[in-house]
Each structure stands twice: as structure tokens, then as C-alpha cells.
Design a protein around this ligand. Structure first.
Ligand code: ADP
Ligand code: MG
Length: 153
């Protein structure tokens, strides 16, 4: 069972991204844990750091390999679905989409990340947070996405 650690705060420049990366790298390197970094921030700083270390250019990441693409997709698809149904059936057939958007890139030995892209609909600062707070399905779909990743990776 994976442990999930969330770091979030509206205030910018307080060390969120640095903390997430360092904790992830520390767990992977020092404790040999398998770590997945998930960048939910449309500023994409964590993605930038991981990509720089992995020697990969933003231009080589396809939109459909990013988390905000999957999130937008869920948003569209789950708008009409009831909370009960999502909880009961999970995202089920959506797993093929997830498989395609998960880009595993070894940075430190066991450290992987899911990129976020600036080019997409929810790339406006705070848009993702706004949507998470107003849409009942958004928060559930993120939880479902994480549990699918946890089960099938
Ligand atoms: N412990 C620290 N000591 C000194 N500088 C730090 C520390 N943590 C982060 N920084 C620097 O502070 C700035 C903001 O950090 P960052 O992690 O990007 O914040 P956030 O994600 O909250 O916007 C960066 O330039 C980073 O290098
Ligand atoms: Mg940041």
C-alpha cells in the first residue's frame, strides 16, 4: 500500500516544490523506496526540475502524457456521472487513458514523475485548485486516478 504525501499552499515561493522534490529524492535514494512525484501545480516547476535532471525537453512531452490532460478528460467525462457511481465503479474503462498519460522517467534510481503541462486548458494559475474546490467530481476523480496508479503500476 503506497503512502501518499501532499504538499500544498496558496502562497508562492515558500519552498513547496523544493520540499516535494527533496523528500521524494531522499526516500528514493536513501531509503530505496519506489517514489512517484505527481505535479498538480500548473506552474509545472516540479516537472521542470524532474525533466531537467532526466535530460528531457518539454517539447518532447505530449499533452496526453500529462496529468492536467487526464484531469481535463476526467472532468469532461465525469460531469454527468454521479458521485456514487464513481465510487462504486471507479474510473474503470478510463484506465487505458491513464496508462497513456503516465510517463515514467527514472531520475534518481527509483524516482518517477507524472508531468504537468503549461499548454492545456487548466494551465491558468489556481484553475486546478478552483476546480477541485467547486466540483464534487474533480476531487473524487483525482482520488480514483491515484488509486488506479497505485494498483496497476
Ligand atoms: N530550504 C531552503 N533554503 C533556501 N532556499 C530555498 C529553500 N527551499 C526553497 N528555496 C528556494 O526558494 C525559492 C522558492 O522555492 P519553491 O520550492 O519553488 O517554492 P514554491 O514551490 O512554494 O513556490 C526557490 O528559488 C528555491 O530554490
Ligand atoms: Mg512550486
Amino acid at each position: 500500500m503506497a503512502k501518499k504525501i501532499f504538499v500544498g499552499n496558496y502562497k508562492g515561493g515558500v519552498g513547496k516544490t523544493t520540499t516535494v522534490f527533496e523528500i521524494g529524492a531522499g526516500l528514493a535514494k536513501k531509503y530505496e523506496k519506489k517514489v512517484l512525484l505527481i505535479d498538480l501545480d500548473p506552474q509545472c516547476s516540479l516537472t521542470s526540475i524532474c525533466m531537467q535532471i532526466a535530460g528531457i525537453s518539454f517539447a518532447n512531452i505530449k499533452p496526453e502524457e500529462t496529468l492536467n490532460y487526464a484531469f481535463d478528460l476526467y472532468g469532461e467525462n465525469l460531469k454527468e456521472t454521479s458521485r456514487l457511481q464513481i465510487l462504486k465503479d471507479g474510473i474503470g474503462s478510463m484506465y487505458d487513458y491513464i496508462k497513456n498519460i503516465i510517463k515514467s522517467i527514472p531520475v534518481h534510481r527509483q524516482l518517477n514523475f507524472i508531468p504537468t503541462s503549461l499548454d492545456l486548458k487548466n494551465s491558468r494559475i489556481n484553475d486546478l485548485a478552483d476546480r477541485l474546490s467547486v466540483s464534487k467530481n474533480s476531487i473524487i476523480s483525482i482520488a480514483c486516478l491515484l488509486s488506479e496508479i497505485e494498483k496497476k503500476r
